[in-house]
Design a protein around this ligand. Structure first.
Ligand code: NAD
Length: 495
C-alpha cells in the first residue's frame, strides 16, 4: 500500500497539486506520495506561526500547561513506536534495530526531558549591584523558529529541535529533508492529537532549494535551527544575512577515534566498527578517521578488516541485517567517487568500497563497507566528509602526533579516545578541537548535556540547558535601588 501525506499548516493538513514519490532505498519501491509545499504554502506557514506566536495562547499559557503538551507528544510517539520505527526504516533503509531501540524511543525521551526540565532550565536570575540597582534576568521565547532537518535521523533530529523550541515557548515551521519526510509528518499528526494551538507547529515537505530562501530570509522568522551539510549551511547564513536573526548551525564532521595501546583491543575494534558503520556511516559524528598507536596497529587493522568483511548487508526490516542501503543513488555515487579518488591518491583499500554483486541487493542502494589504510592527512579522504561507510585508518607513534592528526581537518565535531590511562585521556580531551569528546565510548547523546561542533562543524548547542537556551532570548530588567528615589542617572546632567 502506498501511503499518502499532506503538509501541516495552521493546524490542518493541506493537499497540494504537486506530489512527490518517496522511495524505499532498500528496494527502490515507492512507499508514499507526499504533498510538495510551494512558496504560497511556505508564506502561509510563516503567517500561521507568526500569528500563533504574537496573538495565540502558546507563549502565555503556564509552564505547567506547556509541559503537559510536550508530555502528550512524547506519549504520542511511544504509542505509535512500532509503526514509526517501521516507517523510519522503510524510508531511510536503516536497521529496524536502530530505529526501534534508538531513534524512536530517544525522540520520545527528548520531549519528555524538556517537558520535565523546562521550568528549571528557563529559570532566570536576580543580581544585586551594590546599593544601586537590581537586575532581573529573564528567559523569553525568541518567536518563530524554522527547523531544517537532514535525512540521516529524520524523527530524532526533528524531535530534538522541536522539543527545545516548543519548551522555550516558540512557534515552529519544520522542514524535513525531502528524501525522508514521513516521520516528521507523522509527528505533525501526534502534535495535532496532543491539542497544541493552531499554528504553533507547521510541517512542510519540499525542496530546500525552493523553500529555503523564502523561509530563512523572511524577517518574520526570528531563528533558524539547521542541521545539515556545510554547503547548505553557508547558503542559509547568506539568506539570513538579509536581516538579523539567531542561527544555530550543526554541520558536517570528519571525526577521529584515537586508539592507544593500553586498551581492551576487542572492545576498541568493535566500538570503532560501530562508530563508522552504524547507520551506514551516514552520521555527522561518524568516526571516519581511526588513528591507532603503532604498537597495536597491525593487529587492530587485521581484526577490524576481518569483522568489516563479515557485516551482513540487507533490507533494514530484516532483524538479521547489520547494514542497510545508502539513502539514495545520488549518495552512493558520491561515496563511490570519493573511494575512487582515495585509491588514486594512494590510500590502500583493504576491503569493500564497491556495489555488492549479490543479486538480492541489486534493487537497493547498497554499498560494501570500505576500509582504507595508509591514509595521509593531505589526502582528500582524510579531509572530506564522505557520509558513508568508509573508514580511514592511520598510524601514530606518540601523543603529540595523535593530537596533531586528530586536529588536522577543518571540522571539529567529535572525538573518541580509547585508553585505560585516564589521565592521558583527559590530557588528550583538553587538546583536541572537538565539541564532544567520548572517552572509552562513542555516540552517547544524553538529553541532559549539550552537543555541538567547533570550527567548520558549526556553532551553537543542542540538548541540555545550554541547548534549550539557544531557543530563548535573555532579557535584562534593571531597576534602580538608590535611596530616596534619586536614581544616579538623574545627576548626570546636573538637573
Ligand atoms: P543537506 O544540507 O543537503 O540538507 C539538510 C536540509 O537542508 C534538508 O532538509 C534540505 O532539504 C535542506 N536544504 C537544502 N538546500 C537548502 C537551502 N538552500 N535552504 C534551506 N534548506 C535547504 O544535508 P543532508 O544531505 O540532508 O544531510 C547530511 C549532512 O548533514 C552531512 O553533512 C552531515 O554531516 C550533516 N549532519 C550534521 C549533524 C550535526 O549534528 N552536526 C547531524 C546530522 C547530519
Amino acid at each position: 500500500m502506498i501511503l499518502e501525506y499532506q503538509a501541516f499548516i495552521n493546524g490542518s493538513f493541506r493537499d497540494s497539486n504537486k506530489k512527490q514519490d518517496i522511495i524505499n532505498p532498500a528496494s527502490g519501491e515507492v512507499i508514499a506520495r507526499v504533498a510538495v509545499a510551494n512558496q504560497m504554502d511556505a508564506e502561509e506557514a510563516i503567517n500561521a506561526a507568526r500569528e500563533a506566536f504574537d496573538q495565540g495562547p502558546w507563549r502565555r499559557i503556564s509552564l505547567a500547561e506547556r509541559k503537559n503538551c510536550l508530555l502528550k507528544i512524547s506519549q504520542g510517539i511511544l504509542d505509535k513506536a512500532a509503526e514509526l520505527a517501521k516507517l523510519e526504516t522503510l524510508n531511510t533503509g536503516k536497521s529496524i534495530k536502530e530505529s526501534t531501540f534508538m531513534d524512536i524511543p530517544s525522540s520520545a525521551k527528548t520531549f519528555e526531558h524538556f517537558a520535565n526540565n523546562l521550568e528549571k532550565y528557563l529559570s532566570g536570575q536576580e543580581i544585586t549591584i551594590g546599593s544601586e540597582a537590581e537586575s532581573k534576568l529573564v528567559y523569553e521565547p525568541r518567536g518563530v523558529v524554522v527547523l531544517i532537518v537532514p535525512w540521516n535521523y529524520p524523527l530524532l533530529i526533528a524531535s530534538w529541535k522541536m522539543s527545545q523550541a516548543l519548551a522555550a515557548g516558540n512557534t515552529v515551521i519544520l522542514k524535513p529533508s525531502s528524501l525522508t519526510p514521513l516521520t516528521a509528518l507523522e509527528l505533525a499528526k501526534i502534535v495535532k492529537e496532543a491539542g497544541l494551538p493552531e499554528g504553533v507547529v507547521n510541517v512542510l515537505n519540499g525542496s530546500g532549494q525552493e523553500l529555503g530562501e523564502l523561509l530563512c530570509s523572511d524577517q518574520r522568522v526570528d531563528m533558524i535551527s539547521f542541521t545539515g551539510s556545510n554547503e547548505v549551511g553557508r547558503q542559509i547564513i547568506g539568506y539570513a544575512s538579509k536581516n538579523v536573526k539567531k542561527l544555530l548551525m550543526e554541520l558536517g564532521g570528519k571525526s577521529a577515534s584515537i586508539v592507544f595501546k593500553e586498551v581492551d583491543l576487542e572492545v576498541a575494534v568493535n566500538s570503532a566498527l560501530t562508530s563508522i558503520f552504524l547507520n551506514q556511516g551516514q552520521m555527522c559524528t561518524a568516526m571516519s578517521r581511526i588513528l591507532i598507536e603503532d604498537d597495536i596497529y597491525d593487529k587492530f587493522v587485521a581484526d577490524f578488516v576481518a569483522k568489516a568483511k563479515k557485516i551482513k548487508l540487507g533490507d533494514g526490516l530484516n532483524y538479521e541485517s547489520q547494514m542497510g542501503p545508502l539513502i539514495s543513488e545520488g549518495q552512493r555515487k558520491k561515496v563511490l567517487s570519493l573511494v575512487e579518488k582515495a585509491k588514486k591518491e594512494g590510500a590502500k583499500l583493504l576491503c569493500g568500497g564497491k556495489i555488492p554483486a549479490d543479486p538480492a541487493l541489486n534493487k537497493g542502494f547498497f554499498f560494501e563497507p570500505a576500509v582504507f589504510s595508509d591514509v595521509k592527512p593531505q589526502m582528500s579522504i582524510f579531509q572530506e566528509e564522505i557520509f558513508g561507510p568508509v573508514a580511514c585508518v592511520s598510524k601514530f607513534s606518540d601523543v603529540e602526533e595523535a593530537v596533531s592528526l586528530a586536529n588536522a581537518t577543518e571540522f571539529g565535531l567529535a572525538c573518541s579516545i580509547w585508553t585505560k590511562n585516564s589521565s592521558l585521556a583527559q590530557d588528550i580531551a583538553a587538546k583536541v578541537n572537538a565539541g564532544t569528546v567520548w572517552v572509552n565510548t562513542y555516540g552517547m547523546f544524553y538529553n541532559e548535556v549539550p552537543y555541538g561542533g567547533f570550527k567548520q562543524s558549526g556553532f551553537g548547542k543542542e540538548l541540555g540547558r545550554e541547548g534549550l537556551l539557544e531557543y530563548a532570548r535573555l532579557k535584562n530588567i534593571i531597576s534602580d535601588r538608590s535611596q530616596e528615589g534619586k536614581p544616579l542617572v538623574s545627576h548626570w546632567y546636573g538637573f
